[in-house]
Design a protein around this ligand. Structure first.
Ligand SMILES: [Zn+2]
Ligand SMILES: [Zn+2]
Ligand SMILES: [Zn+2]
Length: 283
């Protein structure tokens, strides 16, 4: 069984946005508070006690969760500026790897905070990225790669992935999905019946084929109006239809998406707005 946890579902600025006085940014609904986008994927080789969907935790985003028990493997996709708080909120104590989608700061700025995992697990954290994204990590965190590394600097085990070559991480079989983020190539990932695409605004048919029949599709939907580098809600829904995803969750949303409570019932069947802390179980 896989368990997907939404660590953050907000666009690069997060929601609320600094200085904004709109009704979404002023909302007290925890589902309108969106940290920078990231997901955690855990695998339970022997399924824990199955809970019906309505018993899934519905705590507000700022509550502390008990530690997820007994996961056999745990990875996250992206480590943005909210990574530290997201790890604390979810009570994460061990992390097998991080997969990166691209090098924008809202997806990599939190890498320095892997130091706790270095310390407690006594090893470098494997970080999987394409060659270009790896170069950006080396540049942005140059002190972690220095010849005489400062003691206490993060220990990063950078591993290069290639566009069309599936790879294995901590027992997960991972299929990279390539897309476009305006002019920047971006990588999504399919792991079993789950796929995670963020910061896409274009994908070609060969890559779409890799998503065919996915059970859970997570896909970025910034807002309703057309955008130069992100799918809109309608574009995300269209991709979901084309690949026949059974359940689709929208992420990387801006405050322009509107209040969760107002908008949650406006999507077609099988498509939902994700929110921070939402957990999905996938057989
Ligand atoms: Zn982003
Ligand atoms: Zn706002
Ligand atoms: Zn981006």
């Amino acid at each position: 069984m896989l368990r997907l946890t939404f660590l953050g579902t907000g666009t690069s600025q997060g929601v609320p946005m600094i200085g904004c006085n709109c009704e979404v940014c002023r909302s007290h609904d925890s589902r309108d508070k969106r940290l920078r986008s990231s997901v955690m994927i855990e695998r339970f080789d022997s399924a824990p006690g199955k809970r019906p969907a309505d018993e899934l935790p519905q705590q507000p985003a700022h509550a502390m969760y008990p530690r997820p028990v007994g996961a056999d493997a745990r990875i996250v996709i992206d480590a943005g500026p909210d990574f530290r708080y997201q790890m604390l909120r979810e009570g994460v104590k061990t992390l097998d790897a991080i997969l990166l989608t691209h090098e924008h700061k809202d997806h990599i700025a939190g890498i320095d905070d892997i130091r706790a995992f270095n310390y407690f697990e006594g090893r470098a954290v494997p970080i999987y990225a394409t060659e270009r994204v790896g170069r950006a990590v080396r540049k942005d965190f140059d002190y972690a790669f220095a010849e005489n590394r400062y003691p206490g600097a993060p220990e990063i085990d950078l591993r290069t992935i290639r566009q069309n070559e599936p790879f294995d991480v901590a027992g997960f079989h991972v299929i990279p999905i390539s897309g476009r983020h305006y002019l920047l190539p971006v990588t999504g990932y399919r792991i079993g019946a789950l796929a995670y695409l963020t910061d896409f605004n274009g994908i070609d048919d060969r890559q779409l084929d890799k998503l065919w029949g996915v059970d859970v599709l997570v896909i970025n939907a910034l807002r309703y109006e057309k955008h130069i580098s992100h799918f809109t809600v309608d574009e995300a829904v269209e991709i979901s239809r084309r690949v026949h995803a059974r359940r689709t969750y929208l992420t990387h949303m801006s405050h322009q998406i509107g209040l969760y409570a107002d908008k949650k019932d406006t999507l077609p069947a099988g498509v939902e707005f994700a929110w921070d802390g939402l957990r999905i179980e996938i057989e």
